[in-house]
Design a protein around this ligand. Structure first.
Ligand SMILES: NC(=O)c1ccc[n+]([C@@H]2O[C@H](COP(=O)([O-])OP(=O)(O)OC[C@H]3O[C@@H](n4cnc5c(N)ncnc54)[C@H](OP(=O)(O)O)[C@@H]3O)[C@@H](O)[C@H]2O)c1
Length: 266
């Protein structure tokens, strides 16, 4: 996720690669991480003495797994903040880790909670942002500029971020599961595997474009496709009996609950 956020900023010339220092947990990760990062970005492991340098940077992006959060220990920046120069910024993309958790772990920083999603990799992402109270408007603008190239931004009250994440960050996995299952169905009904996968992808992207470009409510589109006594309504009857709709509702609610729970586990 850190690479997905940083790479477009370097490609657009917003940041010079030599001004970025990446830290990974294990030295064995350095080569694979660097393989698809823009040339000139330095990456070191957390055990390398150079990794302490990151704490002097005005802007940090924290993108470890939520379970690894406790291992990150703040080092006071050399630079002393005052009324004129605010504290350095720390942007966390960790699921479930609250601003309160962040403030406690990084008191020398102004913290921001960001919830991006994987379509950010192709510039089609969604990012939810929640600010710490004492953030300046210049700092807010700096954060917006980081996420704008890859995503549409939604500035939300922090209490809404868990629900935002349950839909937008976890959502690509629910949709990928449905696309895979639909392709499996086509294989079961007699189409070759490669063609089934291709058709399932195209059905997904075409449906998304149709909903967006014609501003259709999903129910309108469903009704357009389901003709009386036809094939689609037979399939929809089965999906209702199997509980697909309520399974999806509960999945989003459970993901939001899990996100809230992660904050209590750190
Ligand atoms: N994937 C998504 O769709 C998505 C969406 C929104 C938010 N997020 C959030 O993004 C975060 C990262 O997810 P991801 O999928 O990008 O995870 P990931 O691929 O596992 O990346 C985590 C990175 O953190 C490094 N790391 C671990 N411990 C470290 C330490 N002590 N010091 C420095 N670096 C350390 C890891 O290095 P090693 O591999 O060497 O340990 C790895 O490079 C998660 O908190 C997740 O909640 C993800």
């Amino acid at each position: 996720m850190a690479k997905a956020i940083i790479s477009p900023l370097i490609e657009r010339g917003e940041y010079q690669p030599e001004h970025i220092l990446g830290i990974v947990g294990n030295s064995s990760s350095i080569t694979p991480v660097m393989s698809d990062l823009p040339k000139g970005v330095k990456v070191v492991s957390s055990a390398d003495s150079l990794s302490r340098e990151v704490w002097n940077a005005p802007l940090k992006l924290l993108a470890v797994k939520p379970q690894q959060f406790g291992k990150i220990k703040e080092v006071s920046p050399l630079f002393q903040s005052n009324n004129q120069f605010p504290k350095p910024l720390l942007i966390s993309v960790l699921a479930g880790i609250t601003l309160k958790n962040l403030k406690k772990a990084f008191p020398e920083h102004t913290c921001v909670r960001a919830v991006p999603n994987t379509p950010s990799l192709v510039g089609e992402g969604l990012t939810g942002l929640a600010w710490e109270d004492d953030i300046t408007s210049d700092q807010k603008n700096a954060v917006r500029k980081i996420f704008e190239p890859i995503s549409e931004i939604f500035e939300l009250n922090e209490r809404k971020l868990d629900s935002f994440l349950a839909l937008t960050s976890s959502g690509p996995a629910y949709i990928a599961l449905m696309v895979e299952a639909m392709a499996d169905g086509a294989v079961a009904a007699g189409l070759p595997r490669h063609l089934s996968n291709q058709l399932a992808h195209k059905t997904l992207s075409g449906t998304a474009s149709l909903l967006r470009e014609k501003s259709l409510h999903p129910a309108e589109l469903k009704d357009m496709v389901a003709s009386p006594a036809g094939t689609t309504i037979s399939a929809l009857r089965h999906l209702e009996l199997a509980g697909l709709r309520s399974a999806l509702i509960e999945a989003v609610v459970l993901a939001a609950q899990k996100s809230r729970q992660l904050a209590e586990e750190v």
